[in-house]
Design a protein around this ligand. Structure first.
Ligand SMILES: [Zn+2]
Ligand SMILES: [Zn+2]
Length: 400
C-alpha cells in the first residue's frame, strides 16, 4: 500500500493527502517505535520506556507534552493547537502495555505507534486545523483500566472525540466489548502439619478449589457471552503444610451492563460460600472496571469512509469478544475503537502467534494506515464544527 499515492476520501482530500504523505515520510520513525516497544514489553502501570519514547516523539513534532500526566507515572498528554483559530478538541489515543510473561500478544505496540503516527500526520497540517489535537498516551489497558484514572484526573476534559484502533484478526469498525472487572480473592486459613495434626488446619487451597468448582458449575446457568475466568496466584508452599493462604485472580465479564452487576454480586456469594465451607476468612477485591462500549456511529461512519481508499472494509461480524477501558471513555464522550486485521482470521489474541503478527510487515502497514485514517477523521472534525456537533447530538441521544 502506497499511502502517499492513494487518493483520500472527500471532504478535504488535499489536506488528507498531506497527512498521508507526512505519515509516509515518518514511516521509519513510526515503525521503529512500534518495534522498540514490541521488543521491550512492559506490563500495566510499568510502561516507563514506552511512555518515555512516545512522549519524546510527539514533543519532537511540536506537541506540548505533560509526562507524567495526572496520577499515573506512565500516562502522557500532549497538545497541539491548530493555526485556523478556535474549534473542537480531538483526542488521539495510544496504548502501550504488554501482557505479563507473553509480551505484546495484544499488539499494543501498534496502537502506540499508530497514535504517534496520527499525531505526526496532524502536526504536518496544523496550519489548516481549527481547535486542538489532544494526544493521550493511556497506560494499563490489560489490567487496571488506566483510562478511568485519566478520566478521573480530568485529562479528557473538553475532548470532543476519542479515536483509537486495536489490532485484530479481523476488521470491524464497531467491534462489541464486554463489561469487565478484575477480582482478587484471598482466603485466609490456618497452617498446620498435614500429616501429624491436619485437623488443626483450615485449608485455604481447598477454599480456592471450591470456588473454581462453583464457578465452573455456575457457567451452565450464565447467559451466552458472559465470561468468568481465573488463575491461582498462591496455593500453598509445601505438600506437608495445610496452606494458610490462597490467592486467585478472576475476571468477570458480560455484554449487558445490568446483568454484569448481578454477576458481580453472585461471584461474591460464591467466595463467601467457599469461605463458609472451609472455615477460611475471605477478602474479595474488585478493581479495574471496564464498561461496555457505546459506539459513536457518526464517528464510526467517517472512519469507515476514510479507511476504504486504503483497501480496508468491515469483515462479517464474528463471535470474538473482548473488553477495553475504551468503553469507560465511550460513556463520557463520543468514541470509536475500530479493530483492523493484522493477520489471518482465526489467529487468537493473547497468543504467541498474535505476538509475532504484531511485528510483521502486515502489522506495520496497518499501523501506518491506522495512523493516517485516525488523523484524517480528526482533520474532518477539526475543520467542520457541524460534524463535532453531530457526534455530540448522537451521544446525547437526539440522533445524528
Ligand atoms: Zn488489547
Ligand atoms: Zn488484550
Amino acid at each position: 500500500m502506497q499511502l502517499a499515492v492513494t487518493r483520500p476520501t472527500e471532504p478535504h482530500a488535499v489536506t488528507k493527502a498531506r497527512i498521508a504523505a507526512a505519515v509516509e515520510a515518518a514511516r521509519d520513525e513510526i515503525l521503529d517505535l512500534s518495534h522498540r516497544i514490541h521488543a521491550n514489553p512492559e506490563p500495566a502501570f510499568e510502561e516507563h520506556k514506552a511512555a518515555g519514547w512516545v512522549a519524546e516523539t510527539i514533543a519532537r513534532h511540536g506537541y506540548v507534552v505533560q509526562h507524567p500526566a495526572g496520577r499515573l507515572a506512565t500516562a502522557v498528554r500532549g497538545t497541539l493547537r491548530g493555526g485556523a483559530g478556535p474549534g473542537g478538541r480531538v483526542g488521539i489515543l495510544a496504548e502501550y502495555d504488554a501482557l505479563p510473561g507473553i509480551g505484546h500478544a495484544c499488539g499494543h505496540n501498534t496502537m502506540a505507534a499508530s497514535g504517534v503516527g496520527a499525531a505526526i500526520g496532524l502536526a504536518a497540517v496544523a496550519d489548516e486545523l481549527a481547535g486542538e489535537v489532544v494526544f493521550l498516551g493511556t497506560p494499563a489497558e490489560e489490567r487496571g483500566s488506566g483510562k478511568q484514572f485519566m478520566l478521573d484526573d480530568g485529562l479528557f476534559d473538553g475532548v470532543d472525540a476519542a479515536l483509537l484502533f486495536h489490532p485484530s484478526d479481523m476488521t470491524e469498525v464497531e467491534a462489541r466489548l464486554l463489561a469487565s472487572e478484575d477480582v482478587d480473592v484471598t482466603f485466609h486459613g490456618r497452617a498446620s502439619h498435614a500429616a501429624s495434626e491436619p485437623w488443626e488446619g483450615r485449608n485455604a487451597l481447598d477454599a480456592l478449589i471450591l470456588l473454581f468448582n462453583a464457578v465452573g458449575l455456575w457457567r451452565q446457568q450464565l447467559r451466552p457471552e458472559s465470561r468468568v475466568h481465573g488463575i491461582i496466584l498462591e496455593g500453598g508452599s509445601a505438600a506437608n503444610i495445610i496452606p494458610d493462604r490462597g490467592v486467585a485472580r478472576f475476571m468477570v465479564r458480560s455484554p449487558d451492563q445490568a446483568y454484569f452487576e448481578g454477576m458481580r454480586r453472585h461471584f461474591r456469594e460464591l467466595c463467601e460460600a467457599a469461605s463458609l465451607a472451609t472455615g477460611c476468612a475471605v477478602d474479595v477485591e474488585f478493581s479495574g472496571r471496564s464498561d461496555t462500549m457505546r459506539h459513536n456511529h457518526v464517528l464510526g461512519a467517517r472512519y469507515l469512509a476514510n479507511m476504504q481508499p486504503y483497501g480496508l472494509h468491515d469483515d462479517p461480524p464474528s463471535d470474538n469478544l473482548g473488553s477495553s477501558d475504551m468503553g469507560n471513555v465511550s460513556q463520557v464522550l463520543p468514541t470509536i475503537h475500530p479493530s483492523l486485521a493484522i493477520c489471518d482470521r482465526g489467529v487468537p489474541g493473547h497468543s504467541i502467534e498474535f505476538r509475532e503478527a504484531a511485528r510483521s510487515a502486515r502489522a506495520d502497514e496497518v499501523t501506518l494506515i491506522a495512523a493516517t485514517v485516525a488523523a484524517q477523521v480528526a482533520c474532518e472534525l477539526l475543520t467542520d464544527p457541524a460534524l463535532v456537533a453531530a457526534a455530540w447530538r448522537e451521544f446525547r441521544g437526539a440522533g445524528a
